[in-house]
Design a protein around this ligand. Structure first.
Ligand SMILES: [Zn+2]
Length: 270
């Protein structure tokens, strides 16, 4: 069984959530990067690469940007491929109580299974106590959170250090959390949190694995074998290349943990 935990549906609605300056930056650096892809392309890519399940993540930037990808669109995609896709919700923490109501609706009415938060694009510090009611709701609904952490091309970075997530992990030991992208260049902080807290995982999304810092591979192969989560970054790089490079870098038992055992525990699929 192969599960990838961090896929953004590359649709027009998702791409439309980015501010213009970022789209311009992406187009300049990676021509073709912002061409939309229907969700069927993702499932086809999963078939070609032996990936059974993808976790789909929207982003809601209502307060910071006045834009979002809706939770309803994610639910529609899951409805189309219920055996292949798991949908997370996104809400804008800065929207206050309405964010909590929307999260509850997304879970109870739309059947979404987790929460994606993006401290860079949503412009908030995760450890700010004003957001704690949102995390309490996640505990009540038993939802895992995936946090964008680390570098994002052209984005603000000040809030993307996982040191802020660490405090949330300490205050909510029952809340399962994933620090995305190994939080580079704050990967040491990411490892610290994953080591110190039973409830924290990290993913390797948006990396061509051979360019991952050697420390990430070292930790994945030793003390964090039970914490590392696999994901390609479809359609950012060819998934075949991501799978092959990852296979070349970590041991057989770690491979299985990264795309099967650890995601099953993080998502509570048992
Ligand atoms: Zn992401």
């Amino acid at each position: 069984m192969k599960i990838q935990v961090h896929i953004h549906p590359w649709t027009e609605e998702f791409l439309g959530m980015f501010p213009d300056y970022l789209i311009e930056r992406y187009n300049r650096s990676y021509p073709g990067f912002t061409n939309p892809r229907p969700i069927d392309d993702l499932v086809e890519d999963m078939d070609e690469n032996g990936i059974d399940i993808s976790v789909l993540l929207p982003i809601d930037c209502t307060v910071s940007l006045g834009k979002k990808m809706s939770n309803d669109s994610i639910a529609d995609m899951v409805k189309k491929f219920p055996d292949r896709l798991i949908g997370f919700a996104s809400v804008d923490p800065r929207a206050g109580k309405s964010a909590i109501f929307e999260l509850e609706r997304a879970v109870k009415e739309l059947g979404l299974k987790g929460l994606k938060l993006h401290p860079s694009l949503q412009e908030f510090y995760p450890n700010d106590k004003q957001y704690y009611p949102l995390y309490e709701k996640c505990v009540e609904l038993d939802l895992p959170i995936t946090w964008h952490c680390g570098m994002g091309f052209g984005m603000r970075h000040i809030t993307a250090d996982p040191i802020y997530v660490d405090e949330v992990a300490f205050d909510f030991p029952q809340l399962r959390m994933n620090i995305a992208h190994a939080a580079w260049p704050w990967h040491e902080n990411c490892f610290m949190t994953c080591l110190a807290r039973d409830n924290v995982y990290f993913d390797i999304n948006a990396w061509r694995p051979k360019f991952l810092p050697p420390r990430v591979i070292e930790y994945a192969n030793t003390v964090l074998t039970n914490k590392v989560l696999f994901s390609t970054s479809f359609p950012e790089f060819p998934s075949k290349l991501v799978v092959e490079q990852w296979q070349a870098l970590v041991r057989e038992d770690v491979l299985k943990k990264s795309w099967e055992d650890n995601p099953i525990r993080f998502l509570k699929l048992e």
